[in-house]
Design a protein around this ligand. Sequence first.
Ligand SMILES: [Mn+2]
Length: 342
Amino acid sequence: MSTTTTTIQHGPAVGLDEIAARLLDAERICVASHLNPDGDAIGSARALQLLLTGLGKDVVVYIPDAVVPTEYEFIAPDRLTADVPADIGERLLVCVDCGNESRLKHPELLEGAATVLNVDHHGDNTHFGAANHVRPQAACAAELVWELAGHLGVDSPGADVATAVYVGLVTDTGRFQYSNTTAGSFALAATLVDAGVDVHDVFSRIFETVGFPRLRLLGRALERSLRSEDGLIVATHLRQQDFDDCGAQEDDAEGVVDALRSVEGTYVAVFLRDLDGPGADGAVPRKGSFRTTREDIDVSIVARTYGGGGHRQAAGFNTSDDLATIVERVDEAIRSQLGLDA
Ligand SMILES: [Mn+2]
């Protein structure tokens, strides 16, 4: 590449006023979010794009593979790209809901951008931006984007921005049921409804549009579920063959880990997904996720021992370990975190 490369800066923590000032200074902006985007990734990126476009900025949105899961298509960003924009050197890059560099997939994006801003709520965010606003107390990144609107001088962001923010809020709080749900989450929801969100419409678009392949895939995952000897961990796995048999896509596995954690007495739910057949070395690349139901367990610590990361209560990783090995490691880790005898 002939563009000037700047090394990733790990810059200071700043307020949203500073983030807003830098955005207002820029003419061309690239809003980016993470691999395998969820409702908050899409919602926060779309809301920020709408705000900035409304201010006359030229805004493209980068999401790895340009994937928008079907249930979020109604808030899909415009000018969505899976490629590093050719003019990235002249664009201000602002990442939302993205905990670390690898979640962006293309490092050239960070290296090539004129400046990198990082707005997020993941506690283990690596502060990869030149300026970083990371607030773990926020239930979702979209909440920060909504607050940012005020700093950008947008007093009434309108129903479309409110709807995109609400999608981030309702999904990241597990419909206002996860432990990150606060009085503030409900207050924000009330504000968003006042701004024009149609709560039932969002509900039916996101939660009542489950494709039949997803139902079949969930059935397979549940049928194959197992429990650790002490009952603290419920786990399952899916292979590519399962996806093929069910006619399912990658994002159809979304609800699996949440179904597991609902079992009585479960501390941690583990979901493992084989990515391909075994490589030349016989190892199967796999992608895993952890969820815990308990405030006093931090699953992101265990995910980090696999080079992954996430939140205290929800984390992901890549590995070639099999399910039994992972369950054993998680069991050991939570016992040590809770001070239980091994
Ligand atoms: Mn989020």
